[in-house]
Design a protein around this ligand. Structure first.
Ligand code: GDP
Ligand code: MG
Length: 213
């Protein structure tokens, strides 16, 4: 890759790119480490997505939802959901042998907003998951990501009982910039989830300054 995400590194350690992307270069391995967020409202499929993709056993901080939690987490439209992410999900996937993506599933509940500064630190982009039954629930997350100055792509998780809309209608409802990728995927399907992630990585690379020769 000849973008700024693949600069050579000093010996013996990881270090951050000087290009402001936040990418880290791991010396001796030619690996570029990239942190990405997988964000979206409660129940949209973040844990499922990371579980489908991660090449290492994903780290999940799921807790069985208690009766008490039922008053805090809105279960409307999220049948069959019995666990909730109380902190983050974490997974890793290697693309093209040298590009290692670290995926951080970020909590969608409003009460976790104070954690966002820490979660977003060093991230180069975010994939926002959305559900056509409740698109508006993704707005707050998109706002936070924009505030954090992160590039993002939107992946609509295609639940079988969710209404179908054309990509144009979805883009319109989500008020997406013409540049922002929108993809449809089933978060349980590795290939579809990978395509969604690649759309995000392509978007980030398209906006990453090229290295000086
Ligand atoms: N049918 C279907 N169910 C899904 C899909 N993605 C997630 N689920 C289910 O939806 C529920 C919520 O997903 P989860 O990944 O826990 O959501 P999170 O709160 O965003 O991490 C779980 O029961 C998943 O098995 C999907 O693409 N299709
Ligand atoms: Mg989760």
């Amino acid at each position: 890759m000849d973008s700024a995400l693949s600069s050579p590194s000093a010996a013996g350690s990881t270090h951050s790119a000087a290009d402001g992307t936040g990418a880290m270069y791991l010396s001796g391995t030619d690996q570029t480490l990239v942190k990405l967020l997988v964000a979206g409202p409660f129940g949209v499929g973040k844990t499922t997505f990371i579980r489908a993709l991660s090449e290492t056993p994903p780290l999940h901080t799921e807790e069985v939802m208690t009766q008490t939690g039922a008053f805090v987490d809105d279960l409307a439209g999220v049948r069959e959901k019995t666990t909730t992410t109380v902190a983050i999900d974490f997974g890793r996937i290697t693309l093209a042998g040298d590009l290692v993506l670290y995926l951080f599933g970020t909590p969608g509940q409003k009460r976790f907003r104070p954690l966002w500064q820490d979660i977003a630190r060093g991230a180069v982009g975010a994939l926002v998951l959305a559900d056509t039954r409740r698109l508006a629930d993704s707005f707050e997350v998109m706002d936070i990501i924009e505030e954090a100055g992160l590039r993002y792509a939107v992946a609509v998780n295609t639940f079988p009982d969710a209404p179908d809309h054309s990509v144009e209608t979805l883009r319109d409802h989500l008020d997406l910039h013409e540049d922002t990728p929108l993809v449809l995927c089933d978060a349980r399907d590795r290939d579809q989830s990978l395509d969604a992630l690649i759309a995000l990585v392509g978007h980030v690379l398209d906006h990453t300054p090229m290295e000086n020769p």
